[in-house]
Design a protein around this ligand. Sequence first.
Ligand code: DX5
Ligand code: ZN
Length: 229
Amino acid sequence: MSTIHVSASLLAANYARMGQEVQRAERAGADSFHFDLMDGHYVPNLALSPDHLIALRAHTRLPFHVHLELENPDEVLDKFQPLQADLIIVCRDTLAAPSRTLARIHALGMRAGLSVNPDEPLSAALDYLSEIDLLLILGVFPGFGGQVMQPGVKRKITQAHQEIRSLGLDLPIGVDGGVNNQTAAELVAAGADFLIAGTALFQANNMRRIITEFKELARLSRSQHQAET
Ligand code: DX5
Ligand code: ZN
């Protein structure tokens, strides 16, 4: 993948004016929205619902990527439609039968992503790489925005990049949680194609400047990486 994709995580947006927040991020150059759903069981927090997605759809043309941070994702998949959500990301450790869930997302007309938590080995996702459209490496334990990235994330991305290459797949790697202008460059150098950021974007006075910085950091770290290999 040549250019970096920046996805704005709405968990960090101002909930009192979500419509304007999506427009602000679109104007600032975001490529998509990341939309976390939390159930208070799988993670100790509650967030967003499919109704928010329906309400926000009218405010932007950008794709929405739904991240299901909840138990039993199979029970809620049919609450989403391709017109609202482009991609559904499920957490690997919530799936009893991953292939079945991923096939169901595809059958509903959406793309499928798989996320791996910081304390989960990459091996948990390896069997499914050919069945997904995005591999998401979580930089933090799911549940809250604004956390500091856990150690070992960069190494996991490097490993994922090597595995994907060795299989001859063209599968993008995303990283979610703790992404900011301190961490972005090394994540991209390790092989991340998708940067998902909430706090770093929505807390910024000038979101365009941050997104431009991400893309510039990514461009520099890639050209440096290419020069070295
Ligand atoms: C965490 C979520 C993330 C979160 C990232 O459970 O999956 O999408 O919004 O937040 P930041 O960018 O603030 O770390
Ligand atoms: Zn997320």
